[in-house]
Design a protein around this ligand. Structure first.
Ligand SMILES: [Zn+2]
Length: 42
């Protein structure tokens, strides 16, 4: 039986689905793309 801590520890790091950049932990943890891709340079 895997403890809850182990479960979260084994979760893969989130990566931007567009550029593959690792997404740092943020308040909004449901995003799947980085800020750069979420807000393209104008
Ligand atoms: Zn990105």
């Amino acid at each position: 039986m895997i403890s809850v801590l182990e479960f979260f520890r084994n979760l893969p790091k989130k990566k931007c689905q567009k550029c593959g950049l690792e997404i740092t932990e943020q308040a909004d943890c449901y995003i799947s793309i980085c800020e750069d891709c979420d807000h393209p340079a104008r």
